[in-house]
Design a protein around this ligand. Structure first.
Ligand code: COA
Length: 143
């Protein structure tokens, strides 16, 4: 997966895209990318990311990419970017379901998202990716 195979198609398929960068002086030290996409975007030749019938409505929200430079972790920057992303996603009142996809072995990120209120739904691609989800109601603390 690289910029051309992951980022570009994701941005193109999405209805709305949102990127926040964190800067230290003029240096970018992290970013988070979220989007609103038709749920059909998650059922493709690569994988079925979730059972589309479990989603209320046509579109879903996704916190799609998230990275803080190692030296800047554990200072609350990730939590701030996460909260701002959820605030952005929550603006779309017709969206009821939010997803995050975590690679196998990324225990740190998995626990981070669980502490933020997401729950493990299931695994896909032979356990290579863990699907986390949350619903609008579960996320009321972000309203
Ligand atoms: C996951 C990731 C984005 C979290 O970013 P972060 O900036 O370290 O996140 P935070 O500092 O807000 O929170 C991490 C932990 O640091 C600690 N922490 C937060 N603020 C702190 C502070 N002021 N002082 C000391 N510790 C603090 C807490 O233990 C916190 O856990 P919590 O959720 O219980 O509060 C980051 O680890 C990362 O980029 N990982 C590599 C890429 C990755 O895995 N991305 C996810 C792909 S799905």
């Amino acid at each position: 997966m690289n910029f051309d195979t992951r980022m570009v198609p994701s941005v193109q398929k999405a209805l709305h895209n949102h990127i926040i960068v964190a800067k230290h002086d003029d240096n970018i030290v992290g970013y988070v990318y979220s989007n609103i996409s038709p749920k059909e975007a998650y059922d493709n030749e690569f994988a079925t990311f979730f059972d589309l019938s479990t989603v209320n409505g046509k579109n879903v929200g996704c916190l799609s990419q998230f990275y803080i430079k190692e030296a800047y972790r554990q200072y609350g920057i990730g939590s701030t970017l996460f909260d701002r992303s959820m605030e952005w996603l929550k603006q779309f009142e017709d969206i009821h379901d939010y997803f995050i996809f975590v690679s196998n072995g990324n225990h740190n990120a998995l626990e981070f998202y669980k502490r933020k209120g997401f729950t493990v739904s299931h695994e896909i691609l032979d356990g290579f990716i863990t699907v986390l989800r949350s619903s609008r109601r579960e996320n009321q603390r972000y309203e």
